[in-house]
Design a protein around this ligand. Structure first.
Ligand code: PLP
Length: 446
């Protein structure tokens, strides 16, 4: 959209922080429109939808266990561990100052099976949902049979008549490409120019068609959508407005609840839970935040994290313009090395929900992603991709604000979960390069 100077001036007058965002300064924004559960209404999805999504995952578990060896130990349930990272907590305090009260955990979606990133939740779910629908409509599914039948030649033959397309900077493409090819679909992944070569190679290796596109993510989506929908029997996974991706992510909340119970970690008004989620279009963090609010109500406080150069969800929620406003409209370049975070425009579906569920958003510079990567590697021997480190500064960032005070929260008994969103599939040399870069930044002048 074209922004008139007068419009811009009036936004900046109303939301002074927007000026800092436009100047690419790291900011912490608190959401004035976060709703308490008892006044939360009008959301496009609900707890029942989440339960149905969990049931779909359960139905497909025998298929996933059969096709993806990395899920077989968990009997086809795609889930990641929750790890306490107390060494990293010390490192964060040493390096940046401040006292983090309570325990610090990492939700290791960097290790999720199938796709090695958080996209194994949303992306895989959406394709499974679509496949089930097609099979059902064709009368292929009988109630008695296990979904292991999706592994059969008969099913693969059936799905080979259908095409799936997706536009992606990388990780979403990987998840959609891998699961779709496995089911037998003809799958095309439309990738932006900044997508990593190894991701393209891996996808081709798995049997997906990679269409390279000159331009950023929005343009890859645009041409992907256009080319896919021009085909007969084709389905486009639309990161900019997908309800299914959102629901696939939301199920993480049920799983996390179970993990916290197993560890004896309480979540209630006296033991608030803070969760920090790296954010691109807002689907993954939005789905998880929505799910967590459904499960833990007002006791959970979710913060999104975006690069200073790609604050798509931040500008959308701050101004209330949501997906109508993109970062380029404000002269922000959308250039970041955080894969999955280089997004100029937010998901319309997710934004309409996140505006009520999320506690706030902070931004950070790319340099810090690498610093955090190296610190996490050194202190915990956990190696994640740069974007997946963004949440690690969260516990310190909220100390800069009056969030706890304003919400009557005692931080002394809080717990913090940093959502690590990707990394397992990153080639060793690439990861070594990220780490070295982080070490250089850490060693260099502040
Ligand atoms: C996709 C992705 C995100 C953010 O998810 P969105 O749904 O785009 O907000 C964060 N981190 C990584 C590594 C991702 O791949």
């Amino acid at each position: 959209m074209t922004i008139l100077q007068s419009q811009l001036n009036s936004w900046i007058e109303k939301y002074p922080l927007l000026k800092n965002v436009i100047d690419l300064e790291p900011v912490v924004w608190l959401n004035p429109n976060r709703q308490k559960m008892d006044s939360m209404s009008g959301l496009a999805v609900n707890l029942e939808d989440m339960k149905q999504a969990e049931e779909l995952w359960q139905r497909f578990a025998p298929f996933l266990a059969a096709e993806f060896p990395d899920t077989s130990a968990a009997k086809g349930i795609v889930e990641s561990p929750l790890c306490e990272i107390s060494n990293m907590k010390k490192q964060l305090q040493n390096r940046w100052g401040g006292e983090i009260a309570g325990s610090l955990y990492l939700k290791c979606d960097n290790d999720l099976p199938i796709a090695g990133s958080i996209k194994a939740r949303g992306g895989v779910y959406e394709v499974l949902h679509h496949a089930e629908q097609l099979a059902m409509d064709a009368g292929l599914l009988s109630n008695e049979q296990s979904y292991e039948q999706f592994s059969s030649d008969r099913f693969k033959q059936f799905f080979s008549q259908y095409a799936i397309g997706v536009g992606s900077t990388g990780n979403l493409g990987l998840s959609i490409g891998i699961i779709s090819a496995k089911l037998g679909f003809q799958v095309s992944v439309y990738m932006s120019s900044d997508a990593k070569q190894w991701k393209k190679d891996l996808l081709r290796d798995k049997g997906a068609t990679v269409v390279e596109f000159d331009g950023d993510f929005s343009e890859a989506i645009l041409s992907g959508r256009r080319e896919t929908l021009a085909k007969r029997d084709a389905y486009f996974v639309d990161d900019e407005k997908s309800k299914h991706l959102f629901l696939g992510y939301s199920v993480a909340a049920f799983r996390l609840k179970q993990q916290l119970e197993n560890e004896g970690i309480p979540v209630d008004a006296d033991h608030p839970l803070f969760v920090y989620l790296p954010c691109g279009v807002g689907g993954a963090p939005g789905g998880i935040a929505f799910g967590l609010r459904q499960v833990f109500g007002d006791a959970v406080h979710c913060f999104f994290v975006e690069p200073t150069h790609s604050p798509a969800v931040l500008i959308g929620l701050m101004t209330g313009e949501k997906e109508k406003l993109c970062v380029q409209d404000l002269g922000i370049d959308n250039v970041t090395e955080g894969d999955g975070l280089a997004v100029g425009r937010s998901s319309s579906f997710a934004s309409g929900i996140s505006e009520k569920t999320v506690s706030g958003i902070y931004t950070l510079e790319d340099r810090q992603l690498f610093e955090l990567l190296a610190l996490l590697g050194d202190s915990e021997e956990i190696f994640v991709e740069p974007s997946a480190t963004a949440g690690l500064l969260g516990p310190l960032k909220i100390l800069e604000t009056d969030y706890a005070e304003a919400n009557g929260i005692s931080m002394s008994s809080a717990n913090h979960i940093v959502w690590a969103t990707g990394g397992a599939l990153v080639p060793k040399e690439e990861m070594g390069g990220f780490y070295q870069r982080g070490k250089t930044y850490l060693g260099g002048a502040e």
